[in-house]
Design a protein around this ligand. Structure first.
Ligand SMILES: Cc1cc2nc3c(=O)[nH]c(=O)nc-3n(C[C@H](O)[C@H](O)[C@H](O)COP(=O)(O)OP(=O)(O)OC[C@H]3O[C@@H](n4cnc5c(N)ncnc54)[C@H](O)[C@@H]3O)c2cc1C
Length: 302
């Protein structure tokens, strides 16, 4: 397999590195201390067109794939922005893929251009207090109205990133009770709808690290969701969200590699500016001799 980057991929990494250099350690540590969302960075990424990297060209995106998206996320994280930078744009990059794949033209026209332009933000509302990884047992219910025009949604969500600043949410809820479906993965439906704060209390969870990007509990009470905000068929939401979750795993891995690369670069810079203790440098020398003897060569991810 050829892991060499194409000229286009190298140009992407160079341009994102350049953009990120405007947002240094003071910017990120300041926002992390204050728990404030990196709006300026988000806007800069939108204006440069990076939020639409994996979105269809017909809606203003670049129509590129998971490799290019992963390179962007890795570069952001490796710039020193870490997970605060990556999580601020993560949802925009591939999170709405279920809408891209299963939404109708009207839904895509309404959802994608504002997300790509950075004028709207979206969050992903799946995890629940009593159903973390066990998604099929989530308790949030969406009940269709008698006239069939809307759903009433009630439930609780937890760990929802960016809900403090999001305008819209990709919401998974049960439309057919678990005991009435043949398989637990059936009977869940997916909605892309307004995060209506009149019916959703968004309560921030205090956490250590990545505080610039908020994590929240959502208390959803009597939220009306128009039937036109349902993505695809009723009851097939679980199948649909996998089209977002699967690429998301790759992006998270790329972000983690970027974080490791940044740590490595920083460690090296620190070693150069301040010589380490005798014992430490002897260990380091011994280990590099072992590596050379075995013909190993380690290159940090770039
Ligand atoms: C900072 C942060 C941001 C997040 N952002 C979002 C977001 O934006 N949107 C969203 O929907 N969710 C979000 N999440 C939620 C995240 O996806 C969940 O934390 C994750 O799905 C795991 O759920 P849980 O924490 O309830 O763990 P659990 O499901 O309780 O799992 C805990 C551990 O038990 C293990 N385990 C669970 N069930 C079994 C089993 N049956 N057999 C064996 N082992 C098992 C798991 O592997 C895991 O190691 C976020 C979480 C964090 C921490």
């Amino acid at each position: 397999m050829n892991f060499e980057r194409t000229p286009e991929q190298r140009a992407i990494v160079e341009a994102v590195t350049q953009l990120c250099s405007d947002f240094g350690a003071d910017y990120w540590s300041g926002l992390d201390d204050e728990g404030k969302f990196p709006h300026a960075f988000h806007q800069a990424m939108a204006q440069a067109g990076w939020l639409g990297i994996a979105m269809p060209e017909a809606y203003g995106g670049a129509g590129l794939g998971i490799t290019e998206a992963a390179l962007i996320m890795q570069t952001v994280s490796a710039s020193g922005a870490g997970f605060s930078g990556a999580s601020a744009i993560h949802m925009n990059v591939f999170g709405l893929n279920p809408v891209v794949v299963f939404g109708n033209d009207r839904q895509k026209e309404a959802a994608l251009p504002p997300l790509i332009a950075g004028t709207q933000k979206a969050c992903f509302a799946v995890t629940e207090p009593d159903a973390g990884l066990d998604t099929t047992h989530l308790k949030t219910q969406a009940v269709l109205s008698a006239d069939g025009g809307s759903y009433r949604v009630d439930g609780r969500k937890i760990w929802i990133s960016t809900a403090q600043v999001a305008d819209r949410m990709l919401l998974l809820a049960r439309t057919t009770p678990l005991d009435k479906v043949a398989k637990p993965t059936q009977g869940l439906s997916l909605f892309y709808t307004a995060l209506d704060r009149k019916h959703i209390e968004v309560r921030e969870i205090h956490k250590m690290g990545r505080a610039a990007v908020d994590s929240n509990m959502l208390f959803i009470d009597g939220l009306t969701v128009p039937v036109t905000d349902r993505i695809g068929d009723e009851g097939r939401g679980f199948e649909y969200i996998l089209h977002g979750l699967n690429p998301e795993r790759i992006l998270i891995a790329a972000e983690a590699v970027g974080l490791g690369a940044w740590r490595w670069k920083r460690q090296r810079a620190m070693r150069r500016s301040a010589p380490c203790s005798g014992a430490r440098s002897a260990r380091t020398r011994a280990s590099s001799i072992r590596w050379r003897k075995r013909g190993w060569r380690w290159r940090p991810p770039t």
